[in-house]
Design a protein. Structure first.
Length: 264
């Protein structure tokens, strides 16, 4: 699907997944307009792969998990579009964002495009919550070399000075569906985040964790207007703040296990 002279540029939408059978359908339906739907599975034991294939996606499996950076780099090797948009299994593309994506691809422009998240937590869209995250998601495939990082991975580009743009329309991020799944996610992201900080030589400890967690809660609940989003907004802010606290606690008390986490 590489771009030829006068041909319409093409788009690959790539998704990383593991045991996402409960939400992969909605994710891939929202991305069905892509020229190539590509799913890299990390060894699902449910019917994620079957559902993805039924939705028309090309599925490749790499079960030896080594972090998000490695998995996204592996996805690159299978992408065929002129543009590559990364979509997480817990996200859905709105019709407005689809229109913007298609306009960029049709233009043939070179650059990096970031998305704004609109959070959906515990069954409620957090309409008033001000998410500051603007992750890079759309690239000309030819400019994207690899990804680095266990979590919150970074793209390595052939031209680091490429212009950055931000889509006006939001990407729906179904961040936390239930308290139970949020507790599981708390453990996963606590350990991954602690491993990343330990690798950078940062120090852990309970007092550091308390300061980080309290600061995070005030920032999210007050400054980012989580208090306007009811009980769902409160729960979301609490869970993210707990991650901040436990990262520093894990760096102090689970130091040996963090070395193992980095290689997963």
């Amino acid at each position: 699907m590489s771009e030829a002279a006068g041909a319409r540029p093409t788009l690959t939408i790539g998704v990383l997944a593991k045991n996402e059978a409960h939400r992969i359908d909605a994710c891939l339906r929202s991305a069905a307009f892509a020229d190539q739907l590509l799913v890299v599975d990390s060894g699902s034991t449910d019917d994620t792969v079957a559902r993805a294939e039924a939705a028309g996606a090309t599925v490749v499996t790499y079960a030896d998990w080594q972090g998000f950076g490695v998995q996204r780099t592996r996805l690159l090797a299978h992408a065929t579009g002129d543009y590559l948009f990364f979509l997480d299994a817990d996200e859905t593309i709105t019709p407005a964002l689809q229109a913007e994506l298609q306009a960029v691809v049709a233009s043939g422009a070179v650059g990096v495009w970031c998305v704004r998240w609109r959070l959906v937590a515990f069954g409620q869209e957090l309409k008033y919550f001000r998410s500051q995250a603007k992750p890079e998601r759309l690239f000309r495939r030819s400019t994207l070399l690899s990804y680095e990082g266990v979590v919150h991975e970074e793209a390595k580009l052939s031209e680091p000075g490429l212009p950055r743009h931000v889509f006006r329309s939001p990407l729906l991020h179904h961040s936390r569906e239930t308290v139970r799944s949020s507790l599981v996610k708390l453990t996963q992201y606590t350990m991954l985040g602690a491993a990343k900080r330990a690798q950078r030589g940062k120090r852990g400890g309970v007092l550091r964790g308390l300061a980080s967690g309290l600061s995070m809660f005030v920032r999210l609940y007050v400054l980012h207007l989580g208090f306007l989003c009811g009980a769902a907004g409160f729960l979301y802010c609490v869970f993210v703040s707990l991650e901040s606290f436990f990262r520093y606690a894990a760096m102090r008390f689970d130091r040996d296990q963090l070395t193992q986490t980095e290689g997963r």
